[in-house]
Design a protein around this ligand. Structure first.
Ligand code: ADP
Ligand code: MG
Length: 391
């Protein structure tokens, strides 16, 4: 049985125990990892995420009354959300993500019935794998069943992004929700953050595994530095007299180097080269040039570390160790930076040894045992057929 199937079965069982009936609908939505294209979403560039084999699962069914009775297995917490609670809640609470999606569904004129729901997930939270987007997208997918509508996938992703903005107070880009909705098994999503168009790029190689390694650190400066990087990118665009760094090529940037503040130049240098690397990475994947892809990942890491200055010594160490490990094709930090995870391509036949070597090397220097798991590009959000869930 797959990990997702067992998660679904467990969630259905909790629903039965808690609500004394069979759930009528089950939805699953994955977390994601970005293979390349970092700090590019807010610069109108390209990102290349894929869904991971870790999901938020929600089982639900009708109930009396105008409320959603929610229970999170992970948090062992129950809460009732009134269906007419459209205002943005002040205090941060896990139900805000669901509340946002419910309110925005209602805002579109879809009639959400009272329902019971059990949420369970194996997407690590707060590790940059986007459990929050998975939670929103799983909720929207459940509500599609509950209301009997099928939403356009892009509209659904944008609704979930809006829920994150307005109900969780996180001004995220479009990557996380688009990934959770649109990703397909054995494909990565080449997403143009400017036009919001995308291409499914085949990743059909069982011999290559995607390893996610959590550094186990999250340095406090991440929020402030994130805002600062956004500002520096705006300043760079201003200095280069353009609306967006997407429209500047490397030769034009280099011509302006001496006239620019050096920090601002470095930030622009990362953005412009990273956009080019992401396009090159998609070409490498299409043509099966895995070593080329790996090289681009190392270059991306170097650029994030040196030019964009969003890495940290733990992430640099993980990449350095991976680089020396047999079977590793490429490695880089993924997500906002200052901690969180690295993403590493590994020859599947070397996977177990490579995981052991990276964990040993990292813990020898940091005393941190890194959480790791390997995955292949997985299926995006979907409704789970109840016969499959019940069997
Ligand atoms: P990330 O999206 O990187 O995992 P966030 O801080 O954006 O981190 O989102 C994590 C939050 O999402 C959690 O603090 C919690 O509020 C909510 N969440 C995620 N998974 C669950 C779950 N299984 N049950 C309840 N809440 C969850
Ligand atoms: Mg999040």
């Amino acid at each position: 049985m797959s990990e997702l199937q067992s998660l679904v079965e467990e969630t259905v069982q909790v629903y039965r125990d808690r609500f004394g009936s069979e759930p009528e609908w089950v939805a699953a939505a994955p977390g994601r990892v970005n293979l390349i294209g970092e700090h590019i979403d807010y610069n109108d560039g390209f990102v290349m995420p894929m869904a991971i084999n870790r999901y938020v699962v929600i089982a639900g069914g009708h109930c009396e009354g105008a409320a959603a009775n929610l229970y999170s297995v992970n948090l062992d917490d129950a809460a009732a959300v009134p269906l007419d609670a459209t205002a943005r809640p002040r205090a941060m609470h896990w139900t805000n993500y669901l509340r946002g999606v419910i309110a925005l569904f209602a805002g579109k004129g879809y009639v959400v019935p009272g329902f019971n729901a059990v949420v369970q997930s194996n997407v690590p939270t707060g590790g940059g794998l986007s459990s929050s987007a998975a939670l929103e997208v799983a909720t929207a997918t459940l509500l599609e069943s509950a209301t009997g509508i099928t939403m356009d996938p892009v509209e659904k992703a944008l609704l979930c992004q809006q829920a994150e903005h307005e109900f969780a107070g996180v001004p995220c880009g479009i990557m996380d929700q688009f990934s959770s909705v649109l990703c397909e098994q054995n494909h990565v999503l080449l997403l143009d953050c400017r036009s919001r168009t995308f291409e499914q790029v085949p990743f059909m190689n069982e011999d290559v595994s995607v390893l996610i390694t959590n550094s186990g650190v999250k340095h406090e400066l991440s929020d402030g530095e994130y805002a600062l990087r956004r500002k520096q990118c705006e300043d760079a665009a201003l200095a280069l007299q353009t609306e967006s760094l997407r429209d500047v090529n490397l030769a034009d940037l280099l011509k302006q180097k001496d006239a620019m503040d050096q920090t601002i130049f470095q930030r622009a240098h990362h953005v412009i080269t990273e956009i080019a690397r992401t396009i090159a990475a998609s070409e490498a994947m299409k043509t099966g040039q895995w070593n080329r892809l790996g090289q681009l990942m190392y270059e991306s890491h170097e650029s994030l570390s040196t030019d964009f200055e969003v890495s940290c010594k733990e992430l640099d160490l993980l990449v350095k160790i991976a680089r020396k490990t047999e079977g590793v094709i490429g490695s880089r930090m993924t997500g906002g930076g200052f901690g969180g995870c690295t993403v590493t391509l590994v020859n599947s036949e070397h996977l177990d040894d490579a995981m052991a070597a990276i964990a040993a090397g990292y813990s020898a220097e940091t005393n941190i045992q890194p959480a790791m798991f390997a995955t292949h590009p997985s299926q995006g959000a979907h409704q789970v057929a109840m016969t499959a869930a019940a069997s």
